[in-house]
Design a binder for this molecule. Structure first.
Ligand code: MOS
Length: 751
């Protein structure tokens, strides 16, 4: 399953790289399984106190009374932080100076805008005392009726959706396309609110030293957190040290610093001692983001032969009353299927909820499950096999923009996935297959896609005379394997074996590693590393090529190759020199290179850049009880160069599991009267456990992309959740003949 990676796209100095493409195990694996890896909340600086949040039990209104004296009287309680004594901030937490500045609840008033909003912080000598103190606050409220759900108010067209996309986009004439269609589908799908539920709750251990701040805090974007904190606290970013070597997951919720983490920092300022604050699981359902619910209407027109004539995708979404994150659900219809007319649109409703946030393919996952279900319905309307229908409408250029794809191996994904799954011969009609035990068997499929993005990052590389090297970047390993994959890129970039390389990462004093989000961390941080390593190697090459004593003398521009701690003449590999010899002769202890990520701006404009995949699902349904199991998942994905097939396969498995969870498990339930969460815990909020996870296969489909970036890396973190939800839903229909259009699919939808 490991693709045969062509090295032709690797620039000269890394052409014979020995690390990229190897299925190395996680560098931190032993640390993690032996419990040595230190997560934020494992830190206990001397004199540390414990902070516990008190969170609102109403969704809208204000806090009228907190029994601070009762909490303070409890043994061990040191302070209670409320709006009355919270240390001053240099910036209003409700200020929004740019679209990425999310509004935070930092005890700026007694107003309550959602359930589980922080309303006070109790700081004590022990966790128990702080917890008891928080309970003794016994808040009283003036509650207003909570606005809950998609029908809670007037909808409006958001200014933009996602990261600055237009809320409405149109090519061609959708109404004409629908009117002329021989077959039509008009179906509305609902998806629920979902919460990130990373294993590790948001946490911070904060210690002040004058105006300098030291933080142990999980982060998917340390430089952004540093900048946000500097603004709020009125101190210089370089006075803030963030250590985030390991994250117990993030899924988007640790991309931007969350309000409760800032409150932990303010608590430490208030008491003048280090403070630890860790959210309790139920407190994660409110102030740290979520995926909003959607209602999506898909209208599809097709000719009698199955050729699409129109595709219209409208999404109604919710957001908070006080901020502006709009899930770009309908944008899923921009890239996948060729149609002469495509219209996407969004409207939003403001409800009494915490502000939604990026979560596991924000928009792509939400839109995908609706689009892939509707495409399945359209295939049926045309009496066509769902795969044949998708191939009939295969997009040779990006449908919404008309741009060519930088690369697109989706046909190969369809072919390899279908072959592996055994799709051929699938009966068109539902309820045709049973297993030996009499269970209904259904097969469904979906197409996966995710944009290939790249952000800003910087890196530093050092090659030493003693034969070693160092690469430094403040990158983020949130469990995805970044530490391993980026070290592989680093080793090849400096032409050293991975064992010779010291790879430093995970703290904010290193060069800015960008954001671990948008499935773009490997491309972003990897390209910065690649550039920094390339510069260090170029320095060495200059030293050698300019020196008549070197076997490389006169090799000329780009005339050398770096590997195994040596430079080789490209035209005559028998002529080489070790890094140690070059540096010794030059009288240098080391050379250094710095680099930034970045692609070719012309290519970024000229091409549509996406990863693609195809997912095939088998489900079994008890015909009497409606009980439902996913029994097989096969995904085939093409995402450019694969740095580490083991890590990538693991990312695909994770994505497919979350896709299954989207179809069958995850749903946050809000009480309609109080606006409070009814299932804010991992017992009642269903996520797949081992017993739910079927036999899975993830095929790595070969793809060479000469345009995305010099390394040919797309991204693998989020694509596999797309396609999978639809594949499972379509398999449920194929097993039962019942089309569930509200997710997650429940047993009562099937009996
Ligand atoms: Mo991801 S939702 O881009 O962290």
């Amino acid at each position: 399953m490991t693709p045969d990676i062509s090295l032709s796209q690797v620039p000269a100095h890394a052409r014979h790289g020995s690390s990229i493409g190897r299925p190395l195990t996680r560098r931190e694996g032993v640390l993690k399984v032996t419990g040595v890896a230190r997560y934020a909340a494992d830190n206990h600086p001397a004199g540390m106190l414990y902070a516990v949040l008190a969170a609102s039990r109403i969704a809208r209104g204000r806090v009228t009374c907190l029994d601070v004296p009762a909490a303070m009287a409890h043994p061990g309680v040191v302070a209670v932080m409320t709006p009355a004594n919270r240390p001053a901030l240099a910036l209003d937490p409700d200020a929004k100076l740019h679209p990425f500045m999310f509004r935070l609840d930092l005890l700026q008033s007694d107003a309550v805008r959602y359930a589980n909003q922080p309303i006070a912080v109790v700081i004590a000598e022990t966790l128990e005392a702080a917890t008891e103190g928080a309970a003794l606050l016994a808040p009283r409220y003036e509650a207003l009726p909570a606005r809950v759900g998609l029908d809670a108010g007037e909808s409006f067209v958001p200014p933009v959706v996602g990261v600055g996309h237009p809320a409405e986009q149109l090519v061609g004439d959708v109404e004409a396309g629908l009117a002329s269609a021989a077959r039509r589908v008009d179906a509305t799908y609902e998806t629920p609110a979902q919460y990130h539920n990373a294993m590790e709750p948001h946490a911070v251990v904060a210690a002040w030293d004058g105006d300098s701040l030291s933080l142990d805090m999980p982060s998917q974007g340390m430089a952004m957190a540093q900048a946000r904190l500097a603004g709020l606290l009125g101190i210089a970013p370089e006075n803030i040290m963030i250590r985030s070597p390991f994250l117990g997951g993030g899924f988007g919720s640790k991309g931007l610093i969350a309000g409760p983490q800032v409150l932990g920092i303010l608590a430490a300022r208030l008491v003048g001692r280090p403070v630890k604050l860790v959210l309790r699981r139920e407190q994660m359902y409110g102030p740290v983001g979520h995926r909003p619910p959607t209602r999506q209407r898909l209208r599809i027109g097709a000719g009698a032969d199955g050729t699409l004539t129109a595709l219209a995708h409208h999404a109604l979404i919710t957001t908070s009353t006080f901020d502006d994150f709009f899930e770009p659900a309908a944008d899923a219809s921009h890239t996948l299927y060729a149609s002469p007319a495509i219209a996407t649109s969004h409207t939003a409703v403001r409800i009494d909820t915490g502000t939604p946030m990026f979560m596991r393919a924000p928009g792509e996952a939400t839109g995908s499950i609706a689009l892939e279900s509707a495409i399945d319905e359209a295939a049926l309307a045309c009496r066509m096999d769902p795969l044949a229908f998708r191939l009939k409408n295969y997009a040779e250029v990006e449908p919404i923009s008309g741009k060519p794809f930088s690369s697109k191996a989706l046909r190969a994904c369809y072919a390899q996935g279908a072959d592996r799954f055994g799709w051929a011969g699938r009966p068109l009609a539902p309820r045709q297959m049973r297993d030996a035990a009499g269970m209904l068997v259904g097969w469904g499929m979906g197409t996966a896609t995710f944009p290939a993005l790249m952000f800003q990052a910087e890196a530093r590389a050092v090659i030493r005379r003693n034969g070693g090297g160092v690469v430094e970047i403040g990158a983020h390993d949130m469990g995805q394997g970044a530490w391993t994959a980026l070290a592989q890129i680093a080793a090849d970039a400096v032409g050293l074996g991975i064992e010779q390389l010291e790879f430093r990462s995970g703290t904010s004093d290193l060069p800015d590693g960008g954001i671990a989000g948008g499935s773009a961390h490997t491309a972003t941080a990897g390209m910065a590393i690649h550039a920094a390593g390339g510069e260090a190697v170029a320095r060495l090459a200059e030293l050698a090529m300019d020196d008549a004593r070197s076997p490389l003398f006169g090799a000329g521009n780009a005339g050398v190759v770096a590997r195994d701690g040596r430079l080789f003449r490209r035209d005559d590999e028998s002529r080489s020199e070790s890094y140690a010899d070059i540096l010794t002769r030059a009288g240098l202890a080391q050379v250094e290179g710095r680099g930034k990520s970045g692609g070719d701006p012309a290519a970024q404009t000229a091409y549509a850049m996406h990863a693609h995949g195809a997912v095939f699902a088998e489900v079994k349904v008890d015909p009497d009880l409606g009980q439902l199991r996913v029994t097989r998942l096969v995904g085939a994905f093409a995402a450019g160069r694969i740095i580490n097939p083991r890590m990538v396969r693991s990312q695909y498995y994770g994505g497919m599991i979350w896709g299954m969870a989207f179809a069958l498990h995850e749903e946050a339930v809000t009480d309609r009267r109080s606006g409070r969460m009814l299932n804010a815990n991992l017992a009642d909020y269903h996520i797949p456990v081992n017993a739910d996870v079927p036999e899975m296969e993830a095929l790595l489909v070969e793809e060479h992309d000469p345009h995305v970036n010099a390394l040919g890396i797309k991204g693998v973190g989020e694509i596999a959740i797309t396609g999978t939800g639809g594949a499972v839903a379509n398999a449920v229909w194929h097993a039962t003949g019942m089309r569930a259009r509200r997710f997650p699919i429940r047993i009562d939808d099937l009996v």
